[in-house]
Write a protein of this length. Structure first.
Length: 530
């Protein structure tokens, strides 16, 4: 019968009749899929989801304090520790470098599994393996392929071992006792009993895969879910879906611990470099202060003065405000020159500028924070062994910011020096008005002014050094655990309803209909060819 002139409805009815005539296709396919679904439901390992929540602390001990006004200004410009901080810290937590440290800490590049049913079924063991592999940790970084260990232990506790490196068989060995060290062309491997050894019934077959850290780190990067709730929140959520919930809990806790240790290491590095620089400046300032004291003493001895402070009391009262401005402006210039000297020194090329040395100038503070953020990104990239091209790009950007900051500091210092000239001019006018004051007293005032300037800087540096020491002594970790890792009650897989529904759709609808339609199409083509 020619079907080319049939309507679409008639063709559909014809196909339905064919399906009814071949009803046994549906029965057979449905039964097979149902049996497969039951076997999968019984044999597939249950997958659990483990979750945890942490809070991100905004510890200022690394960057120092820049003042409320500067902090508000930087936040408004998007440069402070506002909405972007949570995103940056989340990316750091599951970065390749961070996860690689987790892999090393937990020996995750050693994968243990129990083999059953001629190798068709494998049960992951992780921390429950009866036999443990001990290898020189440096070997993992040299591997380009996976080292596979196939170990059969008989009833007597003796084993037969086969070692493969990729597709190359390195050798077959008989193990008479544990621990046992096997030497191969790529290195030495030691197999020893674990505390779980006596739990397992012999004989048993074990599979052990040993691979490099980078490969496993990429796998666990995808396994660990790290996300923040919203940009304005400090809460970060961890989640892992895996058949071994105990390992998932360890993985989350170790990830948090590694991140906190990296933060502490960065804080210690900044603390040490800052303290060294402050100590250097204190030593220089101590010499300057001693020189100022010596000049005053020599001046008093030269003119046989005993109570010159009382003689110039009137002058201090009249010019108190001018002296205050002179001292403040001179101090600001000195501090900015300290910062400029620090930046221009090649030894400090990739070191953070101590925020504790910053002036009250908001523009300077803004440049310092942006520069320190760039230094922090460079140090993180270097520590995580980023590609050289990326590191070079970051360093070029840092050098550009460094030059811009030097130019900005030069402009700020020029402006402050112009202000200082104006104040000194004003001071000269006052001095002319009180010209009756003896020249000796005026010279003493100048010496006293220099002494007070050096004392102010000295006390300032001492206070900042003490503040830095107090901040560095903080024992609070960067991440505070809000919810310890816990197992979600709802099983991820296998789920009976989902498995049976999939079996029904495939076995009763998709597969038989596809077979019948395919066979019908083949017969139609044959008739047309005939």
């Amino acid at each position: 019968m020619n079907t080319s002139h049939k309507s679409e409805k008639e063709q559909i009815l014809d196909f339905i009749r064919i399906c009814f005539r071949n009803w046994y296709y549906f029965v057979i396919s449905g039964t097979v899929c149902l049996v497969i679904a039951i076997i999968y439901q019984k044999t597939a390992p249950p997958v659990f989801e483990v979750k945890s929540q942490v809070a991100l602390r905004h510890d200022e001990s690394l960057s120092g304090s820049v003042g409320k006004q500067s902090s508000g200004l930087l936040s408004a410009m998007g440069l402070g520790r506002g909405s972007e901080s949570i995103e940056d810290e989340t990316l750091k937590m599951y970065s390749h470098g961070n996860i690689k440290q987790v892999v090393k800490a937990l020996d995750l590049n050693k994968i243990y599994s129990l083999s059953k049913c001629w190798g068709l079924l494998k049960k992951p063991l992780y921390d429950q393996s009866p036999v443990l592999l001990d290898v020189d940790p440096t070997l993992a970084d040299t591997l380009t392929q996976t080292v596979q260990f196939t170990l059969h232990i008989n009833e007597a506790g003796k084993g037969k071992l086969k070692i493969k490196y990729g597709k190359t068989v390195l050798g077959r060995f008989n193990i008479e006792e544990f621990p046992s060290t096997i030497s191969t062309i790529i290195g030495d491997f030691t197999l020893s009993r674990s505390p779980e050894y006596g739990v397992y019934k012999k004989p048993l077959n074990l599979k052990i895969n040993y691979t490099n850290y980078d490969y496993i780190a990429q796998i666990y990067q995808k396994l660990i879910g790290v996300e923040f709730y919203k940009k304005t929140s400090d809460l970060i959520s961890f989640s892992i879906k895996d058949p071994n919930p105990n390992m998932s809990k360890k993985l989350i806790l170790t990830t948090i611990d590694v991140y906190n240790k990296n933060w502490d290491a960065d804080k210690e590095y900044v603390y040490e470099s800052t303290v060294n620089y402050i100590d250097q400046r204190l030593a220089e300032n101590t010499l300057a202060l001693a020189d100022a004291d010596r000049q005053i003493q020599q001046f008093k001895d030269q003119y046989n003065l005993t109570d010159i402070e009382a003689d110039v009391k009137f002058y201090f009262v009249q010019s108190a405000e001018i002296q205050k401005e002179l001292l403040s402006t001179s101090t600001q210039i000195q501090l900015m020159e300290i910062i400029r000297t620090f930046i221009q020194d090649e030894a400090n090329r990739y070191s953070s500028i101590p925020f504790s040395l910053s002036s009250d100038n908001q523009t300077v503070n803004t440049f310092i924070e942006k520069y320190n953020e760039a230094v922090g990104r460079r140090n993180i990239a270097r520590r995580n062994q980023s590609q050289s091209a990326l590191l070079s790009e970051i360093e070029e950007l840092l050098d550009s910011q460094r030059k811009t900051m030097i130019l900005s500091l030069n402009k700020e210092i020029e402006g402050m020096e112009a202000t200082l000239v104006a104040i000194k001019r004003k001071d000269a006018e006052v001095n002319r008005k009180i010209g009756a004051v003896p020249s000796v007293e005026r010279e003493y005032i100048n010496l006293k002014r220099e002494q007070e300037l050096q004392q102010t800087i000295y006390i300032f540096l001492l206070e900042k050094r003490e503040e830095l020491g107090i901040r560095s002594a903080s024992l609070m970790p960067k991440l505070k655990i809000i919810n310890e890792p816990y197992i979600v009650n709802k099983l991820v897989s296998p789920r009976a309803f989902k498995t049976l529904l999939t079996a029904f759709l495939l076995g009763v609808i998709v597969i038989p209909v596809a077979l019948i339609y395919g066979m019908s199409s083949v017969r139609t083509l044959r008739k047309r060819n005939e």
